[in-house]
Design a protein around this ligand. Structure first.
Ligand code: ADE
Ligand code: ZN
Length: 350
């Protein structure tokens, strides 16, 4: 049977987009494009310290994680109303769908909003409305992961968890995560609130080994009992840790363009994603903060494939890993894995 897929073989970008995939590491606030940021600021009567969209985009040049976070938190400040959060979510889900994403598990940072008086009852209805609309229109499967900001105190994390619970929003999230400035903020301090999340039946993930040392990855695994490590680039410095990640099949949600933009690597060709994949680790490719780092998930696959000379088999493996590492139902995973198998077979026979 001749399938429209067979023509994609000559076109890597189209092949990548046709691959059913999951995006497991994306901060919804990091998908706020300068155009939408300006539009929302204008309707909310907020004046920005940038003349226009180009001037803002020109400021997106970072020396490290903290220099990015400063701009990222400033950008999120324009988000004030339920519609702002719905528009942000709708725009990202449209882009993800265009990249062949079947499943997204998105981070959101409640404290970034509650600290400036914008509560759960504003952002959650906005997110959920846009997620429902996108699911009805495109079939995309979506889920939210509530992230605690690690530069704030464990008490603030507890307060955030309580607000989510009291607002009746625990049923609307699938897990908790840990993000923001890593170095100097080890995971162990958040063990109690992660325990509470586990008791409530929530999944657990944490950023670790992005800028921080391998000991922070051990801490995330042992003290927070996480099921995935977000980033994990620095795991390679510790062979025992690599063995642990292999034995326990712990997925790494890697973000190559983010690592390049934040100077975690000097060159995409130096990224260890290919080496870790070769060693059998459960590596996945994700966009992190696509509006700030020059690409959504499809572009991350493309540029990484080019820089590391990844084969089609490796791209298929990465897409499979993303589905397997997701917290979707077995029924959904089986469906998407079958779609990948079909595509893979067509590519081989084509
Ligand atoms: N928040 C948004 N993007 C992040 C990243 N790459 N690392 C830590 N916290 C973040
Ligand atoms: Zn991240």
């Amino acid at each position: 049977m001749v399938s429209p897929m067979s023509s994609l073989e000559t076109d890597d970008a189209a092949f990548i987009r046709s691959l059913p995939k999951a995006e497991l590491h994306m901060h919804i606030e990091g998908s706020l494009e300068p155009e939408l940021l300006f539009a929302i600021a204008e309707r909310n009567g907020i004046s920005l310290p940038y003349a226009d969209v180009e001037a803002l985009r020109a400021a997106y040049s970072f020396a490290d994680l903290q220099s990015f976070l400063d701009l990222y938190y400033q950008g999120a400040d324009v988000l004030r109303t339920e519609d702002d959060f719905a528009d942000l979510m709708a725009a990202y889900l449209e882009r993800a769908h265009a990249d062949g994403v079947r499943r997204v598990e998105m981070f959101f940072d409640p404290q970034t909003h509650t600290e400036r008086g914008v509560g759960f009852d504003v952002f959650m209805p906005g997110f959920l409305r846009a997620m429902n609309e996108a699911a009805n229109r495109t079939g995309i499967s979506t889920a939210l992961i509530l992230c605690f900001l690690r530069h704030l105190s464990p008490e603030s994390a507890w307060e955030t968890f309580d607000q989510a619970e009291q607002g009746g929003y625990l049923d609307s999230i699938i897990g908790v995560g840990l993000d923001s400035g890593e170095v100097g903020n080890p995971p162990e301090q958040f063990a109690d609130v992660f325990d509470r999340a586990a008791e409530a039946g929530l999944h657990r993930v944490a950023h670790a080994g992005e800028e921080g040392p391998p000991s922070y990855i051990w801490g995330a695994l042992d003290a927070l009992d996480v099921e995935r490590i977000d980033h994990g680039v620095r795991a390679e410095e510790d062979p025992e840790l690599i063995a642990r990640l292999l034995i326990d099949k712990v997925p790494l949600t890697m973000c190559p363009l983010s690592n390049l933009a934040l100077c975690v690597v000097d060159d995409l060709a130096d990224h260890n994603l290919g080496r870790l994949l070769d060693q059998g680790l459960m590596v996945t490719i994700n966009s992190d903060d696509p509006a700030y780092f020059g690409g959504y998930v499809g572009t991350n696959y493309e540029q990484t494939a080019e820089a590391l000379e990844l084969s089609r088999d490796e791209l298929v493996q990465l897409a499979r890993n993303s589905i397997r590492a997701s917290f979707a139902s077995d029924e959904e995973k089986d469906r998407w894995l079958a779609e990948i198998a079909e595509l893979d077979e067509l590519a081989e026979n084509g």
